[in-house]
Design a protein around this ligand. Structure first.
Ligand SMILES: *Cc1c(COP(=O)(O)O)cnc(C)c1O
Length: 379
């Protein structure tokens, strides 16, 4: 049966348990499995494959409109697996405003990968950027922390001229709002720590691909050989969380629009970065997304002391890294999430000391706005 998204999040990956009739899937903690005779088994060893991860991976593949999914112990281990999949000593093109940890991995750990960072808002001469040993184009949209929107379809068209795969980090949108595989991307990477987990109590990651035997075999091989896999308990918890992804995202989308409207009209706010505010980005976002998500950043018209006063006075927005949970969070990219990026690069990207990023939760939005309002009045 062909299922729509809101049905998939609840019914994909498992039915009632065959043995007991349990409506929710059991957690299989066993690290090893009995073989009928040597080499005859469905499951062998839990790192390689286990029933709890199977349920999650089937569910992830379905909601991303993919063919196969691979779950990892973190978003970073998923990204690391993508790097390893393409070998060593090669070149990639990457959108410039990416998660700080992605840049750290590319620049400081994968030192044999040569990366060209590109601002996709500018006119790009692709013939100059693509090299003989370029292996893929990496995009993150909406981007972090400046909420830039990259046209996925357009990027796929350009990449196909050079016969290159496009890999999209879909963490900020979540598959509820955006499904890059439907737009032609070859691979989707997510940190399930964020919206997929949704309750700030799991660290996890995933890769989802379309039908591609070579990728599937290689990713599976690396997943097992390296062993950066999630525990059966985390697989269960994430499967459980995803069941409410649709209702959560609907509320995140709605609340964030109200908060961004409030901030955009506030005299102490210089600029708001939200997929729905910048005209050019909004057009692309409306084309490829079903909602703008709950993430935004903004520049306060003040110095660092004013910014700190504002942060100190917030009651509902917790000062913390990460995003995508039911609770609202706020963070200071230059000092927190993007501290690992060179100050000169940060400056060039527009990550200033007055820039703050918020993850709008699903609380009552009037309360969120009142909290921002009283804290802004203290600056
Ligand atoms: C958090 C994040 C990651 C890394 O994921 P972890 O689960 O923290 O390892 C990668 N990309 C984006 C966009 C993120 O927000």
């Amino acid at each position: 049966m062909k299922k729509k998204f809101n049905t998939k999040v609840i019914h994909s990956g498992h039915g009632p348990d065959k043995e007991t009739g349990a409506v929710m899937p059991p957690i299989h903690l066993s690290s090893t499995f009995k073989q009928m005779e040597p080499g005859n088994f469905e499951y062998e060893y839990a790192r390689t494959k286990n029933p709890s991860r199977d349920v999650l991976e089937k569910l992830l593949a379905q909601i991303e409109s993919g063919d196969k999914a691979f779950a990892f112990a973190s978003g970073m281990s998923a990204i690391n697996t993508v790097c390893d999949l393409f070998g060593t000593n090669y070149h990639i093109v990457c959108s410039d405003d990416v998660y700080g940890g992605t840049r750290r991995l590319f620049d400081k750990v994968k030192s044999n990968i040569d990366v060209t960072y590109i601002d996709f808002d500018k006119n790009i001469n692709w013939n100059d950027e693509i090299k003989e040993n370029t292996k893929f184009i990496w995009i993150e949209t909406p981007s972090n922390p400046l909420m830039k929107i990259i046209d996925i379809k357009n990027t796929v068209n350009i990449a196909s001229e050079f016969k290159l795969p496009v890999i999209c980090d879909n963490t900020f949108a979540s598959p509820y709002n955006q499904r890059p595989l439907e737009l032609g991307a070859d691979m989707v990477v997510s940190s399930s720590t964020k919206y997929l987990g949704g309750h700030s109590d799991i660290v996890g990651g995933s890769i989802v691909i379309k039908e591609n035997k070579e990728y599937a075999e290689k990713i599976s091989f690396i997943q097992n050989a390296v062993g950066a896999v999630p525990s059966p308990f985390d697989c269960y918890l994430l499967t459980r969380s995803i069941k409410t992804l649709s209702v959560r995202m609907k509320q995140h989308n709605e609340n964030a629009i109200a908060v961004s409207n409030y901030l955009s009209n506030h005299p102490k706010i210089e600029k708001v970065f939200f997929p729905g505010t910048d005209k050019r980005h909004k057009e692309i976002a409306e084309k490829q997304m079903d909602g703008f998500g709950g993430m935004m950043s903004f520049v306060i018209d003040s110095d660092i002391n004013g910014v700190k006063t504002f942060l100190k006075n917030l009651n509902l927005f917790t000062l913390a890294e990460s995003l995508g949970g039911v609770e609202s969070l706020i963070e200071h990219p230059a000092i927190m999430t993007h501290a690992s990026i060179d100050p000169s690069i940060r400056e060039k990207l527009g990550i200033s000391e007055a820039l703050l990023r918020i993850s709008v939760g699903i609380e009552d939005v009037d309360d969120l706005i009142s909290d921002l309002d009283q804290a802004l009045s203290k600056i």
